[in-house]
Each structure stands twice: as structure tokens, then as C-alpha cells.
Design a protein around this ligand. Structure first.
Ligand SMILES: NC(=O)c1ccc[n+]([C@@H]2O[C@H](COP(=O)([O-])OP(=O)(O)OC[C@H]3O[C@@H](n4cnc5c(N)ncnc54)[C@H](O)[C@@H]3O)[C@@H](O)[C@H]2O)c1
Ligand SMILES: Nc1ncnc2c1ncn2[C@@H]1O[C@H](COP(=O)(O)O)[C@@H](O)[C@H]1O
Ligand SMILES: O=P(O)(O)OP(=O)(O)O
Ligand SMILES: [Mg+2]
Length: 277
């Protein structure tokens, strides 16, 4: 293992082996403890896409809130699941299936299309800035963040993020879009470990075998993360577990890692030196 691989594994706190039951218990307890420590907070808010990560984070949040209600008798503790389609979602059936599995206390749907289109049109008509399809994708992700924070602010809530080690490593998230959140219950897990947790939670196979996609680009509908990244999650997960990967995969993974370093820091200040290294 190279020094960089060791450093990344240490920073992202990935374990080479996990006990799924234990990991579920630790993460549910984390979500409960955070609520208990902050009496102002009563809800967790999370966008449910129908993908693996939000299905898992949503289930953990619902388990946490159910236990909190049972333990305290306080019915204000609620998990709010948010569907956030851009118009009609390509994989809407998967999002519905995820909600059936999670059984959230509350579920709302916010169509982000009108606000995304309004901004894109405003930039075009009044500033002559033509947003391309890829950048529009990132606006969708940021608009989803705005919607979740709007709900959290009204409902004494905290926004859950679905960032985990495999996404963090590659920077495969929109900065201040899906990358913006208050609490990250999947921290330290790679993609296959997340799948193992969903299996342990008795999720339907289709929910954890689903091909990961951000589905942000209209020109490339449902393009898989793996196609966009040029490397498989199998290789990323192996790398994060300290295993050997091919030279080509290592190069791709480490290039993404370095390129995304700025996303792992708060806005760069005069006192920061990380970007010089
Ligand atoms: N597959 C899809 O459907 C799809 C579509 C869009 C985005 N994505 C993915 O989402 C992620 C987001 O894309 P992205 O990273 O291009 O956009 P991003 O918005 O997350 O990050 C780019 C922004 O970060 C800032 N930035 C860039 N380099 C910087 C640096 N060195 N220092 C400080 N700030 C810097 C700039 O403001 C830039 O606009 C990517 O992983 C991308 O592949 C996927
Ligand atoms: N269509 C969506 N509805 C609700 N929430 C969504 C949707 N698409 C994405 N999200 C949220 O963003 C994160 C990241 O998604 P990626 O597929 O990793 O880009 C996802 O976990 C949802 O919380
Ligand atoms: O973040 P999600 O839930 O959309 O999962 P995936 O990244 O697997 O699409
Ligand atoms: Mg997804």
C-alpha cells in the first residue's frame, strides 16, 4: 500500500472489515445522540432519490426517530423524507420503493424544475450566460439542498447528507449541493459496506443492487457513476479497504482524490496551506 492510500484510509476512517449489525447500531445511536444533545432539534430531513445511499441513510434516520419517540414519549421527533424530482424523475418507481422500505414519519415532494429553470433562464435572458447541461446538473443538486434546508428551518430540523467514503474519495458530489449537510451517518463506509447494511436491514435486493447514478444530466440520462468516474466502485472499495488495485485504477482514483481536495475544506482563507501541497 502506498503512503497516499494509507493516508486516505486513515482520513476517511474506513474499516477493512465491518460487522453490519454493529455498524447499524452505532449510526442509529449517533443520530439519536445528536438530537438529544441539541434540544432545539426535532427532525431530520433527507432527500430520497431511490438510490442506495439515501435509502440507507433514510432507514437509519427513521429507526433513530422511532427509537427516540419510544424512549422519550415526545412525538415531535420525526423523520421527513423529501422527494426532489426535476420534473418527472426517470427512476420514480425506485424512489417510491425506497419510501415503502423506509416508512418515513412524513414524506413530501418538491419539484425543483421551476426554480432550476427560472435561474437558468434568468442567466440566459438577462446576463447572456448560457448554462450547459453539466453545470445545470449541479444547479439541480444545489436546488435540492435549498429545498431541504428550507424544510429543516421550518421544522426544527437538521439536514442529513449521504456522503460516504467512496464518494468523498472521488469528490463525486456537488460542492454545496448534495455535499452540503449537517450530519453524515454514512461517514466511513464504502459502497459495498453500505450495501451490506441495507441487506442486514432486509431491504429488497433491487434497492441495494441498483446501479449508482446522480442522474443530473439531460444529455446523459441515468449515466452511472462508474461511467462518469471511469473506475468501478469495486476498485474504489478495494482501495479503501487497503487492497491491491491495478495501476490504472489507482491513478484514476488518486487523480479524483487530489482534484477534489478543495471540496473537503471550508472556503480557502489566507491562513490555509493545504492547497499549496
Ligand atoms: N453524472 C451526472 O449526472 C453528473 C452531473 C453533474 C455533476 N456530476 C458530478 O457531480 C460532481 C460535481 O461536479 P463538479 O465537481 O464539476 O462541480 P462542483 O460544483 O461540485 O465543483 C466545481 C466548483 O468548485 C469550485 N472549484 C473548482 N476547483 C476548485 C479549486 N481547486 N479550489 C477551489 N474551488 C474550486 C468552483 O466554484 C467550481 O465551479 C462531479 O463529481 C460530477 O461528475 C455528475
Ligand atoms: N431525485 C432526487 N430526489 C431526492 N433526493 C435526491 C435526488 N437526487 C439526489 N438526491 C439527494 O442527493 C444525494 C446524492 O445523490 P447522488 O446520486 O449521489 O448524486 C442523494 O443521496 C439524495 O439525498
Ligand atoms: O445518493 P443516492 O441515494 O442517489 O445513491 P447513489 O449514489 O447510489 O445513486
Ligand atoms: Mg443517486
Amino acid at each position: 500500500m502506498t503512503e497516499l492510500q494509507q493516508l486516505i484510509i486513515r482520513n476517511l476512517q474506513v474499516k477493512p472489515h465491518i460487522n453490519a449489525k454493529e455498524e447499524i447500531a452505532i449510526r442509529v445511536a449517533f443520530l439519536k445522540d445528536y438530537m438529544k444533545k441539541h434540544p432545539f432539534l426535532h427532525t431530520y430531513v433527507l432527500g430520497i432519490s431511490g438510490g442506495q445511499d439515501s435509502t440507507l441513510a433514510g432507514k437509519l434516520a427513521q429507526l433513530a426517530m422511532t427509537e427516540l419517540r419510544d424512549e422519550t414519549g415526545n412525538s415531535a421527533y420525526q423523520f421527513i423524507a423529501v422527494r426532489l424530482p426535476y420534473g418527472i424523475q426517470n427512476d420514480e418507481e425506485d424512489a417510491k420503493k425506497a419510501l415503502e422500505f423506509i416508512q418515513p414519519d412524513k414524506s413530501v415532494v418538491v419539484n425543483v424544475k421551476p426554480s432550476v429553470d427560472a435561474l437558468v433562464n434568468e442567466l440566459k435572458e438577462h446576463s447572456q450566460i448560457n448554462i450547459n447541461d453539466f453545470n445545470k446538473g449541479n444547479i439541480k443538486a444545489r436546488q435540492r439542498m435549498v429545498a431541504q434546508y428550507a424544510i429543516a428551518s421550518q421544522e426544527n430540523g437538521a439536514v442529513i447528507g449521504t456522503d460516504h467514503a467512496a464518494e468523498n474519495l472521488t469528490g463525486f458530489f456537488t460542492k454545496f449541493g448534495d455535499g452540503a449537510a449537517d450530519i453524515l451517518p454514512l461517514f466511513g463506509l464504502n459502497k459495498r459496506q453500505g450495501r451490506t447494511l441495507l441487506k442486514e436491514l432486509n431491504a429488497d435486493k433491487s434497492l441495494y443492487e441498483k446501479i449508482p447514478t446522480a442522474d443530473l444530466e439531460e444529455n446523459k440520462p441515468m449515466i452511472s457513476d462508474e461511467d462518469a468516474l471511469g473506475v468501478t466502485y469495486e476498485a474504489i472499495d478495494n482501495y479503501l479497504e487497503g487492497k491491491q488495485v491495478s495501476d490504472e485504477d489507482r491513478k484514476t482514483i488518486e487523480t479524483w482524490y487530489k482534484k477534489a481536495e478543495h471540496k473537503r475544506h471550508l472556503p480557502i482563507t489566507l491562513g490555509d496551506t493545504f492547497w499549496k501541497e
